[in-house]
Design a protein around this ligand. Structure first.
Ligand code: NAD
Length: 568
């Protein structure tokens, strides 16, 4: 028998609660802290456990904001918020929504990266589920111990945490942060979400040697042993939570692409690093195209970095070009990718099979002047030969869009779209200030990390958009859940991107912004979810809900209000 059961009645969230006394205050999903009224205090055995006065939720929000202001560092503010999250979820989400733009960099990147690095030092309380190889044979039981009607799981194996590599047990902060954004943006009720860390060991020497390290102390499992853990986990999810959607997060590129392919038809699942990034990049390209009158079939795209993000972006952009009528060799030559060695060209060996689709055959490269057998074309050579309209950076390496390359691009294109997407800020391929300078203010710029607006010329202030995946994944997840899609298809991501572009106003474009302001995130997510759900129905991976799509989506969107509690 569950100790707390959540359900919706007339649009309101209710909680049937069997707990009493301090156990109520320790349950973050039902705890209201000083906001419990006298009747609730009486019924739940809380008399005398709280100071006399009943606080309003607004007063509680104010108290948290003051507590955050007393902290001197972002990591301190992260810890303050993490404690609140573990103490009182409703209040946590009230605060997060009240200050979304300020707090998003704390609950997610960049501060979450620091929290990951120091995880074993700042650990207070476990959240979510760690699955380790010790749970082999029992993973379904471990998951069944989770209370609640879990519908959304974010899972990481901790190997590629942001740009920070293998963080072992500390990677858990990523699913936690991502799910916090889900609830903030899409209103998925926190009782329906579950962060999971597949802790299969770590090859991070620093962690292995740290006496305080809290994770599974073992070299990272690889090969068949690793695959067995993932396989059992996926089946355990299907058994314990048959209606759940699974989001793969921060897996290293080989596993990321492989696992997505293997499991996307077995259970509804997607990989935000690949597919979410792709949709947000496509939306950015389409918005820039809208601003300067370029259709997808008129774009020529160069992507620096042929990993999970770069390949995902290439797939989405190619699909958009195909829809716009491009085919055959024209389609093929419209996109070129480079990795750390140079252009993906037919005279190289490729260990990563996912790159093969974007390898240019030699005769083809030769037709474009990129066929010299002596040297593999670098970014400058590719830009000079192809005269791209859009240049995207997913290399993870700072400074890889140098002045010479950008000036070369700007010589051929009136309004170049340039997206240095690598994170964190220090890894950006170029800074917006430099890009504006080198293109005489003509570029449309979107970045991976947040950047300040750029002053250009006498009176022009250019807003720099952040190509943040948070524009996309909450709407995709919400749309898929609302219609119980059996799969999350690439077309659903395309639908999300197209809807996002519609939400960019002419006023946004006029100041150089390619995405709408993040302050509109809830509304954006709502609208994207509807487009995603409609696409799922069109594709036949979901059926039309009886009350219609808009109603189904709206009914999922929880506003952070304290539940009405029914003691049982
Ligand atoms: P990844 O490791 O899968 O891929 C990196 C790719 O870059 C590899 O193909 C590698 O060969 C290539 N590369 C490395 N050094 C290079 C160099 N000097 N020149 C050219 N190519 C080089 O990583 P990923 O998951 O694809 O992420 C890449 C970057 O994109 C990261 O910095 C990440 O933060 C960023 N990213 C941004 C967003 C976003 O802004 N929305 C989303 C996802 C990823």
């Amino acid at each position: 028998m569950e100790l707390t059961r959540f359900f919706r009645e007339n649009g309101r969230w209710m909680a049937e609660v069997r707990k009493r006394g301090r156990d109520v205050l320790r349950d973050a999903l039902i705890n209201k802290g000083s906001a419990f009224d006298d009747d609730e205090r009486q019924a739940l055995g809380l008399r005398g456990l709280l100071p006399e006065r009943q606080a309003t939720v607004d007063l509680q929000v104010q108290r948290v904001i003051e507590a955050l202001a007393r902290r001197n560092t972002d990591l301190g503010r992260y810890e303050e918020l993490a404690d609140l999250h573990d103490r009182n979820e409703t209040l946590f989400f009230r605060v997060l929504l009240a200050r979304l733009q300020d707090l998003m960099p704390i609950v997610y990147t960049p501060t979450v990266g620091e929290a990951s690095l120091k995880y074993s030092q700042i650990f207070h309380r476990g959240r979510g589920r760690w699955i380790t190889p010790k749970h082999r044979g029992h993973m379904a039981d471990v998951l069944r111990e989770v209370q609640g009607d879990i519908r959304l799981i974010v899972v990481t194996d901790n190997e590629r945490i942001l740009g920070l590599g293998d963080q072992g047990a500390g990677g858990m902060v990523i699913p936690i942060g991502k799910l916090a954004l889900y609830t903030a943006a899409a209103g998925i009720h926190p009782s329906q979400t579950l962060p999971v860390s597949l802790d299969v060991g770590t090859d991070n020497k620093r962690l292995q040697e740290d006496p305080m390290y809290l994770g599974y102390r073992h070299p990272r499992l690889r090969g068949a042993e690793y695959d067995e853990v993932v396989e059992e986990f996926v089946h355990a999810v299907r058994e314990a939570f048959p209606r759940a959607l699974l989001q793969w997060e921060d897996f290293k590129k080989g596993n990321a692409i492989r696992l997505l392919d293997r499991y996307r038809k077995i259970l509804p699942s997607f990989n935000d690093d690949i597919q979410g990034t792709a949709a947000v990049a496509l939306a950015g390209m389409l918005a820039a195209g809208r601003a300067c009158g370029r259709s997808p079939s008129q774009e020529r795209v160069v992507i620096l970095g042929a990993g999970a993000a770069g390949i995902g972006i290439a797939n989405q952009i190619r699909a958009a070009m195909r829809r716009d009528g491009l085919g055959g060799d024209n389609l093929r030559s419209a996109i070129a990718l480079l990795d750390s060695q140079g252009m993906l060209r037919g005279d190289r060996e490729y260990a990563d099979s996912y790159k093969l689709e974007y390898v240019w055959p030699m005769e083809f490269a030769a037709q474009k002047g990129l066929g010299s057998p002596d040297t593999l074309p670098d970014l400058h050579a590719v830009v000079a030969a192809l005269e791209p309209t859009t240049l995207i950076g997913t290399s993870g390496v700072a400074g890889t869009f140098p002045e010479k390359v950008v000036r070369e691009m700007a010589r051929h294109v009136e309004a170049p779209a340039i997206f240095p997407y690598s994170n964190p800020t220090s890894k950006a391929e170029a800074t917006p200030v430099d890009l504006m300078e080198w293109t005489e203010g003509r570029a449309y710029v979107a970045t991976g990390s947040p950047f300040e607006p750029v002053a250009y010329g006498d009176d022009e202030i250019v807003r720099i958009s952040q190509g943040n995946n948070v524009y996309i994944f909450p709407g995709v997840g919400l749309g898929a859940l609302a219609v119980e899609a059996s799969q999350v298809t690439d077309s659903m991501f395309t639908a999300a991107a197209l809807r996002l572009v519609e939400l960019v106003s002419d006023a946004d474009l006029a100041v150089g912004a390619l995405y709408p302001p993040l302050s509109q995130l809830r509304e954006i997510t709502h609208r994207i979810a509807i487009a995603v759900a409609e696409e799922a129905i069109r594709e036949g991976v979901a059926v039309e809900p009886t009350d219609g799509v808009a109603e189904a989506v709206a009914s999922w969107m929880w506003e952070p209000e304290y539940p009405e509690i029914r003691p049982t």
